[in-house]
Design a protein around this ligand. Sequence first.
Ligand SMILES: Nc1ncnc2c1ncn2[C@@H]1O[C@H](COP(=O)(O)OP(=O)(O)O)[C@@H](O)[C@H]1O
Ligand SMILES: [Mg+2]
Length: 274
Amino acid sequence: MTAVDAPRAADDVAAVPIFEGRDLVVDYHSRGQVHRALNRVSLSIAEGEAVGLIGESGSGKTTLARTLLGLIRPVHGQVTFRGQDVYALKSVPRYRMLGRDASLVFQDPRSSLNPRLTVGAVVRDPLTVQRIGTRAQRAARVAELLESVGLPAQLMSRPVRALSGGQLQRVALARALAVEPGIIVADEPTSALDVSVQAQILNLIQQVRATRRLALLVVSHDIRVIRYLTDRTAVMYKGEIVELGPTAEVHDHPQHEYTQTLLTSVPSLSRWPA
Ligand SMILES: Nc1ncnc2c1ncn2[C@@H]1O[C@H](COP(=O)(O)OP(=O)(O)O)[C@@H](O)[C@H]1O
Ligand SMILES: [Mg+2]
């Protein structure tokens, strides 16, 4: 057992990261070719911390997020969640453990949420799957969750397809919060939304984080989203993290040539989000 794996004293529990990925390698196989999507990537996320993953399309951001979440088994390296080796577990206990404590918000709520379900069913689903509360408690909780993301509780009887994109992303956030997770992983959470709505959703994510101890992993190709939401930024390029540091530092004094290129293509941040 290495020092990192050793059990810790009770007063040191906060020092255990929520997620820790060490030396991760992920390969995709298609048409007889092997594509290395992650090449020895390490990233840890502390409790309550907001970490951003930035990089161009195809750089491996989604792959890293999904590997941390127990959805893609790496060919090399290790993921721990609150100290537990994620891939040492079989899939059912793995999903059960992570589903109770780590939630995912997708880019496009229109395609990630079933349009035929009611809003209430969508938000309630994680509670049912994790067997949290009685029926009555779940119903009350759904109303509370909708209100916490700025939606009227009456919306719970409406079908998903009747809502706007911005409303749907609020529903996705309410669903993500249902299990009271320690972390939300948001993969391009505003990319599919109108610009005016993007700012509202980013504000909402900030507001939600301010009221509970919630870590955040935000994946985005947009440095403005990362700058607005995160404490620490990892810059990905061709399957590797080429730069990692405090968000303001990475933004103001980028060290890697690729980060510098990424930043020069962005308009002024001073008035964003409006
Ligand atoms: N299921 C898959 N099968 C084969 N290749 C994939 C698969 N998913 C992603 N890739 C490839 O892996 C690389 C990283 O993809 P991804 O993690 O989605 O990047 P990003 O989220 O940064 O855009 C890309 O080259 C992509 O084409
Ligand atoms: Mg992606």
